[in-house]
Design a protein around this ligand. Structure first.
Ligand code: PAF
Length: 284
């Protein structure tokens, strides 16, 4: 496995792969890798001739400086994991290598047809502009045939699908396929997240109530309305000491707009567990 830190080197490697007509799979990450990322990488390795993984904590998608500073980083451990599961190239640039000074400070505005106006987009203004800024740059650089994203960040996945299939950028990325991969959970049900590293053992125990409540809500949905289930999820999680729901919304899986039927619906939750912001979701 080769670790690449400059765009120049990356472009040269990609050019060689393209000349050899190799298919390219890309897994964009911010590092602090766990089994959830590993499942994406294993799939990319299995479905393509070469697998690129980017490890880059993208400053332009953080609207909270403390969150950016505290985001866990461990490139040596990440490289060890990636090598053991067959990744071919790791692209790990510095922010200065990735962006010019101007790009770092400009707020890019993309049109997401409203997909960014709800849930995460509403709570973290500018977040998805930063995500698309870095993901589109990675697509230009790596020119993948397939790119893999986890369904835990369901809204992110919907926005990236939109960018590739329906936006003005659609032509640019050729036949690129966006592949969404299921959430990976601990045996306890807790959705794997790099942010879990910031939870104390007690907080980790407390956080179990999030997935437990979401799974319970599948049963509630059999005999209650969307509004009732939504409220019951919020109340149940908030009743646990140490947890505070930021939002729980049951929305249509395509439009991400509120829905009053469980058909094609997904419930997306963000919960503060102490200072750590956790997200999870469940399909009805
Ligand atoms: O999901 C993430 O880890 C990030 O948002 C991504 C897609 C790697 C872009 O920085």
């Amino acid at each position: 496995m080769q670790i690449i830190t400059t765009k120049k080197e990356l472009l040269a490697v990609v050019k060689a792969c393209k000349q050899e007509r190799k298919t390219i799979g890309l897994v964009p990450t911010m590092g602090a890798l766990h089994e959830g990322h590993a499942s994406l990488v294993k799939r990319a390795v299995a479905e393509n001739n070469v697998c690129f993984v980017s490890v880059f904590v993208n400053p332009t998608q953080f609207n909270n400086k403390e969150d950016l500073e505290k985001y866990p980083r461990n490139i040596n451990r990440d490289a060890e994991l990636l090598s053991s599961i067959g990744a071919d190239f790791v692209f790990a640039p510095t922010p200065e290598e990735m962006y010019s000074q101007e790009e770092m400070s400009t707020t890019f505005q993309f049109d997401f047809a409203g997909l960014d106006q709800v849930m995460e987009g509403k709570m973290r203004p500018g977040h998805f502009n930063g995500v698309v800024q870095v993901v589109s740059r990675l697509f230009y650089l790596v020119q993948p045939d397939k790119a893999y994203f986890g369904e835990k960040d369901f809204q992110q996945l919907a926005i990236i699908h939109h960018m590739v299939e329906r936006s003005s950028m659609a032509g640019t990325f050729g036949k690129l396929q966006i592949i969404g991969c299921p959430i990976v959970r601990e045996k306890s049900g807790l959705a794997l997240s790099s942010r879990n590293e910031r939870l104390s053992p007690e907080e980790k125990e407390t956080a179990l109530a999030i997935s437990k409540t979401l799974f319970e809500s599948l049963k509630w949905a059999k005999s209650a309305s969307v509004a009732e289930v939504q409220q019951r999820v919020i109340d149940t999680i908030n009743a646990v000491e140490g947890l505070e729901v930021e939002y729980y919304e049951i929305v249509d899986q395509t439009t991400l707009l509120p829905t009053n039927t469980f058909d094609h619906a997904i419930g997306c939750v963000t919960v503060y567990c102490g200072p750590v912001r956790l997200i999870d979701n469940i399909k009805y």
